[in-house]
Structure formats: structure tokens, C-alpha cells
Design a protein around this ligand. Structure first.
Ligand code: A3P
Length: 312
């Protein structure tokens, strides 16, 4: 209870202290001068030298909540092309890790980049989407926050999830079982494999919809973002009520990488090599089982969000 109360305190104070974009934060929260004073002292704890002229740290007005391997880094990097966006560099894991959450919103604020008052602060932590406690905690901080969720074909996401953990092991020179060993148990699809659960989007989405109306959650089509990022990013700009400043010329297809890369003020850059890896070859019959497994959950998800996706 205490951290939640403190959370509300900090939030209200933050809204008063550092003017947020009116489009992003509604005036739902009552003004509370005492709380404002507390937040002001919180800001004073930040050493002056660290703050570039006129800038301050702001709580995020938008969060990329997931999904793991959905294309969250690509989305954050692409959104950061916008001059009015300030992005936290690392995954903050505030709402899902107890050791962070117990430190309160003051700690969360200290993880944010310095930004000008007109800028929108964004952080991404893909694990938020599948962590049951997170929706309520985010709501406690700011019920009017705008959430970004990037999803891709659930089966493809499972392969990507496996590939990431596989390479983590390779880096540490540790052996790692083949994907079949995770996917199959007693000749059947192993539904206890965690990566499968993370792709049951309707279950996780239900948790979020208990706390946020659908209009506050914009779903980015991660498969489309790979194939043609600009239209997806335009939709995000509109959802966040940002002026349309990102252009088609900010993206170019890099044949060597096989993905779109970014062009920013004449500077070209692709995402890190860990993004866009080849996935393991899976027996087509097993792949088929995977597609079948997700068929019903996908239908439920489409009903939940009133929209369909081009998934297997
Ligand atoms: P794969 O590496 O499995 O292909 P996240 O950042 O959430 O971990 O997601 C990683 C995924 O982002 C990658 O998964 C890749 O498919 C996808 N992605 C989307 N756009 C990309 C881009 N422009 N460059 C590299 N990867 C991109």
C-alpha cells in the first residue's frame, strides 16, 4: 500500500512540476500542493551538473510494454528519430522487478533521460506485457498513460525467443538443447514451454484491459514493422499525437542485414547484430502443430482487440 501511495504522490507531483504533453496526460488527477512540494525535493536530489540547460527527467508518458522479441528495440529506435521523443536507453524493469519497484517512483524517475519540457519520455521493458502485476502498477502511476504494444506472429515469436536464449548460452560457451527438445514432450507439443505462454497474447491482454481501455493501448504490427516500417511508425506518431516528423527517407533497406536500417541526419545505422538473427529450421509438421496450437488463442485475441493480424 505504502509504495502505491508514494507512487500516486510522485505522479501527481511530476505532472505539476514538469509540464507533460496535454495530449498524453489527462487532467484526471487532482492538484495536491503538498505532493508537488515532495516531488520538487525529489528533483532537487539530482545534481545540477548532470542536467543539460533547462532539461529535467520526466516520468514516461508512454511505455513500450512488449512483447519480448516483438521488435521492441526497433520500435524504440525508430520512434527516437522523432525530435520530440526522449528514450531511456536500457530496459528499466521497474514495474516487474520487486527490487526496483520497492524503491518507488523516485528511483524510476532517476532512470529516465533528461529531456526538454515539450519532449515525450518513453521507456521499453518487453517483460511488462506478460507480468501479471504490472498493469495495475502502471495504472497506479498514471491511468492516462499511452501504451505501445508490438506483437508478431506468435509462432515466429516462439522461435525468436528460443534463438535469443540459445545465443545467450553460446556466448557463455554453455550447451543448449535443440528447439525440438523444448517443443516436444511425450510425442506431443509441450505446452509447458514458457515461450509458448508468452505468445498467448489474449491471456496477457486481458490483464491489461482490466486496467486500461483499449484506446490507451496501441498495437504495432511487428511483422509489418519488419517489412515496411514507415507506415507503422506513422500510426505511432498519430497515437502519441506527435507532429509527423519521421519520414520515409529515415529508413532504407540493408540487403546485407536483410532488415530496414535507420538514416538520421545523414547517419546510417542498423540495429545490433542480435536483432534479426536466423531462426532454427523446425520440422514442418512440428511447425504446423505450433500454428494449430495458436489458432484459437489468436482468434480470442482478435476478438478482444477488434482487429485481425496476418498470423498463421
Ligand atoms: P529476430 O532476431 O528473432 O529476427 P526485440 O527487440 O523485442 O527483442 O525484437 C527483436 C526482433 O525485432 C528481431 O527478432 C527482428 O525480427 C525484429 N526487428 C524488427 N525490425 C527490425 C529491424 N529493422 N532490424 C532488426 N530487427 C528488427
Amino acid at each position: 500500500m505504502a509504495p502505491l501511495l508514494l507512487g500516486t504522490v510522485m505522479l501527481v507531483a511530476q505532472l505539476q512540476l514538469v509540464p507533460s504533453r496535454p495530449a498524453v496526460v489527462s487532467g484526471d488527477e487532482p492538484g495536491q500542493p503538498e505532493l508537488v512540494r515532495k516531488a520538487a525535493s525529489l528533483q532537487e536530489e539530482i545534481p545540477d551538473g548532470a542536467a543539460p540547460n533547462g532539461s529535467a527527467q520526466q516520468l514516461p508518458q508512454t511505455i513500450i510494454i512488449g512483447v519480448r522479441k516483438g521488435g521492441t528495440r526497433a520500435l524504440l529506435e525508430m520512434l527516437s528519430l522523432h525530435p520530440d521523443v526522449a528514450a531511456a536507453e536500457n530496459e528499466v524493469h521497474f514495474f516487474d522487478w520487486e527490487e526496483h519497484y520497492s524503491q518507488g517512483l523516485g528511483w524510476y524517475l532517476s532512470q529516465m533521460p533528461f529531456s526538454a519540457p515539450h519532449q515525450l519520455t518513453v521507456e521499453k521493458t518487453p517483460a511488462y506485457f506478460t507480468s501479471p502485476k504490472v498493469p495495475e502498477r502502471v495504472h497506479d502511476m498514471n491511468p492516462a498513460i499511452r501504451l505501445l504494444l508490438i506483437l508478431r506472429d506468435p509462432s515466429e515469436r516462439v522461435l525468436s525467443d528460443y534463438t535469443q536464449v540459445f545465443y545467450n548460452h553460446v556466448q557463455k560457451r554453455k550447451p543448449y538443447p535443440s528447439i525440438e527438445e523444448f517443443l516436444v514432450r511425450d510425442g506431443r507439443l509441450n505446452v509447458d514451454y514458457k515461450a509458448l505462454n508468452r505468445s498467448l497474447y489474449h491471456l496477457h491482454m486481458q490483464n491489461w484491459l482490466r486496467f486500461f481501455p483499449l484506446r490507451r493501448i496501441h498495437i504495432v504490427d511487428g511483422d509489418r514493422l519488419i517489412r515496411d516500417p514507415f507506415p507503422e511508425i506513422q500510426k505511432v506518431e498519430r497515437f502519441l499525437r506527435l507532429s509527423p516528423q519521421i519520414n520515409a527517407s529515415n529508413f532504407y533497406f540493408n540487403k546485407t542485414k536483410g532488415f530496414y536500417c535507420l538514416r538520421d541526419g545523414g547517419r546510417d545505422r542498423c540495429l545490433h547484430e542480435s536483432k534479426g538473427r536466423a531462426h532454427p529450421q523446425v520440422d514442418p509438421r512440428l511447425l504446423n502443430k505450433l500454428h494449430e496450437y495458436f489458432h484459437e488463442p489468436n482468434k480470442k485475441f482478435f476478438e478482444l482487440v477488434g482487429r485481425t493480424f496476418d498470423w498463421h
